[in-house]
Write a protein that binds this ligand. Structure first.
Ligand code: F0G
Length: 450
């Protein structure tokens, strides 16, 4: 048995269900399992939905809650709780008022990729600066609900920052496992400041993930990576909120980065449920974008039988958030592609770097992993997978300030990628280096032609 029951009173309609079609075993929602005790498959949080009224009436309720002052309704996650009905008591949520993130137009980005109706949903505007907050409010709420005394995760940075913040709010100790020297200082600093115990592992993210999964089963540490189905329930609301902001008229495409593949899993589940429940009459296509040096899901998607993911041993990308060779959620992500007629693409380091600079010039900005979306959209327009008149939403997953080192290196033309074959420079086309001058007004006037 991988899981073990905990004392918790859960009524219907929530339960855990193995995603493997030949198994589909069901377990109580309160059972602390991160994989199916019967077959080892991933677990979904599933529901026998019994909505109180019609989808149109519920949409009106969601909207009305924006004007209410209860803490749970100030959250852009719990405001939609009818679509994630696992918590009997909303007064116990652990929230930093996450979600509520904007959708932006970006004229320069639109022009750059050739899509007049491109928009960005900026999850980097969350309390800790990444989309992880949407999932951490549900994950940590559940951890507290189940009496966990310590929570843990493996992370490329953002999960650890977010988990540390929410655990601090809940008064629970957090322990994070990060690959030593491989995560940005912005993210590491957050985890330290929020009081996490930070274990810098001499190994990769994939090593950290394997070890923390084993520790969670052996020791009772509450695991908050995206194999925890409660995390993904929160991340579903990125899609729900996006559709609400678009008056429930789905875009043609939603473009997102792919790393450990939790987000792709959550987005597909959200779209599948919204469509089955009659909230939307058309399902947008998902386009998952990976960095070329860390693209095991792309390789799976392109393989003839699309059966099993082959891990990459030495993933290499400067988008450190998605430097992952063995993504745990790939079976759920593959299911999301099936549900949404989705696709996977990969982009190069200089495509990522330039796309990021363009998003910055729109006054928006994001971290490198998020910029794969614009680079991917450009590629998919140029190879005619996406029509020029399609409506497309790119999900920006992390804030510009998460990784200032990358941005400085870009603008000073010092971006270098270490790979198994040595180091190489990344060519960039939009560098905006600082100009150092003597403190001399006349010189400055001449220099700036004032
Ligand atoms: N974008 C950012 C900024 C991320 O931090 C991550 C993942 C992703 C995209 C990929 O999302 O894993 O759901 O496919 N970051 C994790 C972490 C792995 O530990 O912070 P995914």
């Amino acid at each position: 048995m991988l899981g073990y029951p905990i004392a918790m009173d859960f009524g219907d309609p929530a339960f855990l269900r193995c995603i493997e079609p030949d198994c589909s075993s069901r377990y109580p929602a309160g059972e602390r399992s991160y994989s199916c005790p019967a077959c080892g498959g991933l677990l979904d949080l599933a529901y026998d939905f019994d909505l109180p009224s019609s989808p149109e009436a519920i949409k009106a309720v969601f909207k009305a809650r924006k004007l209410q002052s209860e803490p749970a309704y100030l959250s852009g996650v719990w405001r939609f709780h009818e679509l994630l009905p696992f918590l009997p008591d909303l007064s116990r949520v652990v929230t930093l008022f996450e979600g509520n993130t904007p959708i932006y137009e970006g004229p320069l980005s639109s022009e750059y990729c050739g899509l007049p109706s491109l928009r960005f949903k900026h999850q980097g505007m969350n309390p800790t600066g990444s989309f992880k907050d949407n999932g951490m409010t549900t994950g940590v709420t559940m951890a507290r609900y189940s009496g966990a005394s310590a929570v843990a995760c493996a992370s490329t940075g953002n999960t650890s920052a977010s988990m540390a913040a929410y655990a601090a709010r809940a008064g629970i100790q957090s322990i994070v496992f990060v690959p030593a020297g491989r995560i940005s200082h912005g993210k590491l600093a957050q985890a330290l400041e929020y009081g996490a115990r930070v274990i810098e592992l001499e190994g990769s993210f994939d090593d950290a993930m394997r070890i923390v999964r084993e520790l969670a089963v052996e020791t009772g540490l509450y695991l908050l990576n995206s194999v925890n189905p409660f995390r993904l329930e929160g991340q579903k609301t990125i899609i729900i909120e996006m559709l609400e902001q678009m008056d429930w008229m789905p875009p043609d495409w939603i473009v997102l980065p792919g790393g450990n593949l939790g987000n792709c899993s959550a987005f597909g589940k959200a779209l599948h449920e919204l469509s089955s429940l009659g909230f939307i009459d058309r399902v947008p296509r998902l386009a998952v974008i990976q960095a070329k040096g860390a693209a095991p899901f792309y390789k799976l998607f392109k393989s003839p039988d699309c059966q099993a993911l082959v891990p990459i041993n030495h993933p290499a990308t400067l988008a450190t958030a998605i430097r992952i060779g063995n993504p745990v959620s790939w079976p759920k992500a593959l299911r999301s592609l099936q549900w949404t007629n989705g696709i996977v693409e990969q982009v190069s380091e200089n495509e990522i770097a330039d796309a990021k600079a363009v998003i910055g010039r729109d006054g928006i900005g994001c971290e490198p992993a998020s910029a794969v979306t614009l680079a991917g959209a450009k590629l998919l327009v140029s190879n005619r997978t996406i029509d020029r008149d399609a409506s497309v939403v790119c999900v920006l997953t992390g804030n510009l300030l998460k990784d200032p080192g990358y941005t400085m290196d870009y603008h000073s033309r010092k971006l270098r990628l270490e790979t198994a074959d040595g180091e190489r420079m990344i060519l960039v086309t939009r560098a905006n280096a600082p100009e150092r001058l003597a403190a001399d007004k006349n010189l400055i006037r001449r220099h700036l032609k004032l």
